[in-house]
Design a protein around this ligand. Structure first.
Ligand SMILES: [Zn+2]
Length: 86
C-alpha cells in the first residue's frame, strides 16, 4: 500500500467515525440512540488513530513510496520495485 493511499484510508476512517458520532445529533429522530452512535463513532475514530500509528511506524520505500513489510527485519530490497534500500 502506498503512503498516499494509507493516508486516504486514515482520513476516510476518521471521517466516517466522526460522521457516525454526529449523525444522531444531526437527526432528531435518532436522539434516543445518541450514546450508542457516539460510542460506535468513537470506536471507529480510535481504530483510525491506531491504523495511523501503525502506518507512521512502518518505513516506506524511498523509490516507490510503498509501505515495507518488516515482519522479520528491515529488508535489503524493496519487494515492490526491487530497488536496494540503503
Ligand atoms: Zn520500492
Amino acid at each position: 500500500m502506498k503512503v498516499s493511499t494509507a493516508k486516504l484510508v486514515i482520513y476516510g476512517i476518521l471521517f466516517i467515525g466522526a460522521l457516525i458520532a454526529f449523525i444522531a445529533i444531526l437527526i432528531p429522530a435518532l436522539s434516543d440512540l445518541l450514546a450508542m452512535f457516539s460510542l460506535i463513532g468513537g470506536l471507529i475514530v480510535v481504530l483510525g488513530i491506531v491504523f495511523c500509528v501503525l502506518v507512521a511506524r512502518t518505513p516506506c520505500c524511498p523509490h516507490c513510496h510503498e509501505l515495507l513489510s518488516i515482519r522479520n527485519k528491515y529488508p535489503e530490497y524493496c519487494h515492490h520495485c526491487d530497488k536496494e534500500l540503503s
